[in-house]
Write a protein that binds this ligand. Structure first.
Ligand SMILES: [Mn+2]
Length: 380
């Protein structure tokens, strides 16, 4: 049998960091989800798995649910119909007190849509495929869940598939909320384990079990993200065969630039222009030490390059080079010297309060820049 596995679609997420582009990213996410469904139809898969976080919240607006269901119905209306399996994730979690997974829409679904939504493990049997799909929903109200530990293959089914939403424990990521380890994955005995939660592709093997976290179909925002993908998996007769299929249209990168290497705002704009790409979400972090009075206008650079990228964010984490000010031995009887001494006192007084420190440093840079311009004007 063949299946398509997606997760972490996060339909209609607010994408707060993206400002005016937030709505565009929401539409790109819908388009990627639709492409995932197009792929499933074109490849004539028998099962479509959504391993958690289809929705971005536990109470998505009705129009978001309706739009998602219209897409899902394209699968169940295919000839032959494609079975769809939905698991609640961390964002669209399950709760015993009613909510999303108990709402009226859940009672009007075609029989091919299977919700693994309950307070414990559930199994959906697909006798026409001689397959069983097992999953444990993420519960809203509980910390420290082990989403795969209770899942076990059913000897009576020819093909066993597990579905779980949580973090893979590989030693370097702490996420006590919901996690699973290699021994737990191996113990499930599944032919394939469909994972969700991480927003990028991860393929692993523990014992005889092949597990994939397909990542989001579209990038979730700024960060470091390859184009979104889904997994197309062939099962039966040997180990699972996994293909990564790109359905996303965007990618995201993070770069750090040292302000010591920049001559000013125009220089920054020139360098960023070389990376211009309307499908790129670029986060530029300015770091390092700026010579006193050197001004880089991050907002102006973002504004000028607005149409060169899908989204651009320039954050300034640089600091003024105070050592070079000390070496300059500014005359404290002159305005510039007095200003610098005062600004340095303010910066020292703000130690420990990052925001106040930032403001004082910014004030130093702006003040030195303005006073230098004035001095130069007077000299002319
Ligand atoms: Mn999640």
């Amino acid at each position: 049998m063949r299946l398509l596995h997606t997760a972490d679609v996060h339909l209609d997420a607010p994408n707060g960091q993206l400002g005016a582009r937030a709505a565009d990213l929401r539409e790109r996410t819908w388009a990627a989800f639709e492409r995932a469904i197009d792929e499933a139809l074109a490849r004539q898969v028998q099962l479509f798995i959504i391993a958690g976080d289809l929705f971005d919240r536990r109470d998505p607006p009705p129009q978001t649910v309706a739009r998602a269901l219209r897409q899902i119905m394209r699968l169940t209306a295919a000839n032959p119909p494609i079975d769809v399996l939905l698991l609640p994730g961390t964002h669209d979690c399950w709760t015993a007190t009613g909510g999303l997974w108990d709402a009226p829409w859940t009672r009007t679904l075609p029989e091919e849509v299977h919700l693994l939504a309950a307070g414990g493990p559930l199994t959906a049997r697909l006798p026409h495929l001689d397959a069983a799909v097992h999953g444990c929903a993420h519960r809203c109200d509980e910390r420290g869940q082990r989403p795969v530990c209770t899942l076990r293959a059913d000897e009576a089914a020819a093909i066993n598939i597990g579905v779980a939403h949580g973090s893979y424990e590989r030693g370097d990521v702490e996420d006590a909320g919901s996690a699973f380890s290699d021994p737990e994955i191996a113990a499930t005995g599944m032919d394939y384990l469909a994972l969700g939660h991480w927003h990028s592709w991860l393929e692993l093997r523990a014992g005889e079990v092949i597990a994939v976290n397909p990542g989001s179909p579209e990038v979730p925002g700024f960060g470091s993200w390859a184009r979104g993908s889904v997994a197309v998996v062939t099962l039966g007769g040997g180990p699972a065969q996994v293909e990564r299929v790109e359905v996303g249209s965007l990618y995201a990168e993070q770069v750090t630039l040292d302000v010591g290497d920049l001559s000013g705002t125009e220089d920054l704009i020139g360098r960023l222009e070389q990376r211009a790409d309307p499908d790129l979400l670029l986060h530029v972090r300015l770091g390092g030490l700026a010579s006193p009075g050197m001004m880089i206008d991050a907002d102006a650079a973002s504004e000028r390059l607005r149409d060169a990228f899908f989204a651009l964010r320039v954050s300034d984490a640089s600091h003024p080079a105070l050592d070079s000010l000390a070496e300059a031995r500014l005359d404290e009887r002159m305005t510039l010297g007095r200003f610098v001494a005062l600004a340095r006192e303010r910066i020292e007084a703000a130690q420990g309060d990052e925001r106040q420190e930032r403001i004082a440093e910014r004030a130093l840079q702006i003040g030195v820049s303005m006073l230098r311009q004035r001095n130069e004007g007077e000299r002319r």
